[in-house]
Every structure is written in C-alpha cells, then in structure tokens.
Design a protein around this ligand. Structure first.
Ligand code: KE4
Length: 428
C-alpha cells in the first residue's frame, strides 16, 4: 500500500498539533509506524487519503456499532443542523433522548447529557462525592475513565496507599484521594473498605474492561462490589462509556444483572457525535444543579445535532435480534482468528464479551488484570497490526485496546479478515 499523502499530512500535522493527532492513541505509538489519515467511511469500511480501503475494527473506538454513515443517523443529524447547530436552551429532542436512556437502562432514573466520556465520569464522581460527603474514590488498574486530573493516577506502593500522579501537570495532592487496586481482586477491595470504607465516596470501574484490552469481570466480582459498597455507604459507578448499548440494550449492567448507583455513557449514545451522559438513582441525580447544589454545566451539552445522531443510533439498536446478530458476527471472527492462530502455531488468547474483543499474544492463559495484560507480547501485536493494516484490515493500534465489531461487518469482511490473519500469523 502507498501512504505518501498520509505521510505528508502527518508531517504537516506535527508542526501544529502535538504529536500530529488530537488524541494520543491515534498516533500509532502503541504499534510503531505512522498513522494513516482517513478521508471517508461507510458501513464497515474506511478509506485513507491515499485511497486505500480498510475493513474497520476500531469504529471510532466504539461509537460506530451500526457501521459508518448509517443513512438514518446521517439524515437525523442533517435534519437537526438544518434547524441550527446549537441553541444553548432546552429542546424536545434532549427530553426524548433522556427518556430513551431511562427506558433502556433500569438503574437510570435521571440522566444529564454532556459532551464527552471524560465529562460524564468526572461529573458522576463529583456527584458521588457530593452525595456521600466523602472524598476518596476507588478505581482499578488498567481501567481508563478519561483524563480528569485525579483519574490520571497510578497505584501507590501498597493497596491502601494513595495514588501517585500518572502524568506531568497533575499535582500530587490531586491524586491523594484516589485509590487504585487490581481488577478482579475482591479481597483487595474488602481489605481496603475494612480499613477506609467510611472515607470512600465511590468505586468506579469498567464492568468489562476495554482499556486494558478486554478483561471480563471474574464470576462474583461485580456482585461483590455491589455488596461491599452498599455495606459501607459508598456508591457504585459503572463506567459504561464503552460497554453501554454495546454489550446489551441496557448495557453491561443488564448483561450481568446489576444495578449500579450511577453510570456513565458515551460513544454509542452519541452515534459518533460529541455526546455522553451520566445518570442513575433519582435521589442522587436530584442533587445536581440547578435542582441541587452539585455544580456541573456545559455550553454544548445536549447539542441538537449530537442528540439527533445518538437518538437515531439507539432507535436502530432496538431492532429485535440486534445483540444476537452482533454476537454471531463477533463469534465467527474470534473463532476464525483462534483457528488461524492455532494453524500458525501462534500462542495467545482472545478475550471477547459480545461485540468487543482483544487478541493477546501471551502464553494462552486467561488475563484477569492489568499485570497479566502487561506481560503479553505487545511488540508482536504491533507486527500483527501492521501486517493486517497492509492487507486492508484496520485493527486498533494498541494491544491495550478492544476490537469493535459492528452490524455492518459482512460475511465477505469476515472472510477477508481471516484470510489476512492466516497470512500475517504465519509470517509473524
Ligand atoms: P472520552 O473523553 O474519550 O470521550 O471518553 C473517555 C473514556 C471514559 N471511559 C471509558 C471506558 C473509555 O473507554 C473512554 C475513552 N476510550 C478511549 C479508547 N480506549 C477513547 C480513545 C481516545 O482516547 O482517543
């Protein structure tokens, strides 16, 4: 494949944009090489500026579950922008989207629309702190909840020691109320709450991780978090920015049968436009300004065009059999990839939940936490990524991310993907 135009654009971009990209993961640092610049997308395909076509398994990191440029979504957004792009005033469309989210997600009685997943999780945590009057928060290693200062934290030396900043620019006392523990480690959670439960406002987690690659919750893990937070008067926040409306029409919480106190949504809920949301129990959400004292605001919150795209997307996902079909497509792909790995005598493991999965080049054992994921061969993943890219298959450019399958992936896409994988895995 030729990439001259992408290379030229990347060189120009780096002169005026840090790293040449507007979000770090796009720069291919996790796999080496240079990013391809995208010109257009439709269905399961994206085209770069050199005219190369790829089967897309990033889907804008999750939003494009219907496939790119779905006609209903495009038309809804066009109709909205024809009536003006933003009013800074309430609209009927926001009410309808909020009612749809409340209807779909049993634990959400009230919801606030915002513009990014970071804003959704940041706001949910502020509400949890305001509601409980406590300052400490618990997160899990490998879970990413956006770039709020106190979430850019890495685990302190011991389980009960406070975190250290994980980025320059984050003052050390901004992370002193953040506690990070290993994912799936119920004993660590229990110990922590026995020691400091009275000071903990909330636990926030990805109910299925996508930012450490895909790690499913161990049996009983989510239930234990629900029991422990209830016992200690802390709130349970599910960060469903990635899993929401992807794993089930009611999110991962419906798939696993749990009721968190608050949830954050993003990506799919905006149909690929800048829209996210947080919500949950009415007694908690009623504390949010202007109804309550906990402040949160946004000029473009509930933007009419983004709301139109999100609403159209959620409506399409209501079609009967949607999630069964997503699961079937995804299973065919991962079964085929597993077979290709075994034929090529490549050792590793594919971890899938519904229509998100990650292929790890490890020793084949289950990956239960971030430490397991870090042990995988990420350099090998980089070679796999580039081999697939050159054969017209666009996987996420990092072994710490998830592949996202859409309803637009066809039998031909699957066959071509598996054919490319067989060739790449043999030559790895
Ligand atoms: P945004 O602020 O990027 O909209 O959402 C932050 C966020 C919060 N919670 C979860 C579970 C998320 O996955 C994300 C963002 N996900 C990454 C992909 N791993 C977005 C890609 C990027 O950073 O460019």
């Amino acid at each position: 494949m030729r990439h001259e135009r992408s290379k030229e654009l990347f060189s120009r971009a780096q002169k005026v944009i840090p790293g040449g990209v507007n979000s770090p993961v796009r720069a291919f640092k996790g796999v080496g090489g240079q990013p391809v610049f995208i010109a257009k997308a439709e269905g399961s395909a994206i085209w770069d500026v050199d005219g190369n076509r790829y089967i897309d398994f990033v889907g804008s990191w999750g939003p494009m579950i219907l496939g790119h440029a779905h006609p209903e979504v495009v038309q809804a957004a066009k109709n909205a922008i024809d009536r003006g792009s933003s009013y800074g005033a309430p609209t009927e469309a926001e009410v309808k989207l909020a009612e749809l989210i409340v209807e779909r997600v049993a634990s959400v009685e009230k919801v606030r629309l915002v513009s990014s997943g970071t804003e959704a999780t940041m706001s949910a945590i502020r509400v949890a702190r305001g509601f409980t009057g406590r300052d400490d928060i618990v997160k899990f290693e490998g879970c990413y909840h956006g770039h709020a200062d106190y979430l850019l934290a890495k685990a302190g030396s011991g389980v009960a020691t406070f975190d250290l900043p994980d980025s320059p620019g984050v003052p050390s006392d901004f992370t002193k109320h953040t506690l990070t523990i290993p994912y799936n480690d119920v004993d660590a959670v229990r110990r922590l709450f026995e020691e400091r439960g009275k000071d903990i406002a909330c636990i926030i987690l990805e109910p299925v991780t996508g930012n450490a690659g895909v790690i499913p919750p161990a049996p009983g893990f989510l239930e234990a978090l629900r029991e422990i937070t209830k016992k200690h008067g802390a709130l349970l926040i599910f960060d469903e920015v990635m899993t929401g409306f992807r794993l089930h029409s009611g999110g991962a919480q419906a798939l696993y049968g749990l009721d968190p106190d608050l949830s954050a949504f993003g990506k799919i809920v905006g149909g690929g436009m800048p829209l996210a949301a947080y919500g949950g129990r009415a007694d908690i959400m009623n504390r949010v300004a202007p109804e309550g004292p906990i402040y949160q605001a946004g000029t473009l919150s509930g933007n009419p065009c983004a709301v139109a795209a999100g609403h159209a997307t959620l409506q399409q996902l209501a079609a009967p059999g949607t999630y069964e079909r997503l699961d079937q497509i995804s299973k065919r792909i991962t079964d085929g990839l597993a077979a290709a790995m075994s034929e090529a005598e490549q050792v590793g493991r594919i971890q899938r939940v519904g229509s998100m999965f990650t292929l790890f080049f490890n020793d084949g054992s289950p990956l239960r936490n971030f430490a397991d994921v870090k042990k995988a061969d990420h350099a090998k993943f980089g070679r796999f990524f580039h081999g697939m890219l050159e054969r017209g298959v666009y996987f996420p450019p990092s072994g710490y991310e998830a592949v996202f399958v859409s309803l637009a992936h066809t039998d031909e896409d699957i066959e071509r993907t598996l054919e490319a994988a067989r060739a790449v895995l043999t030559a790895l």
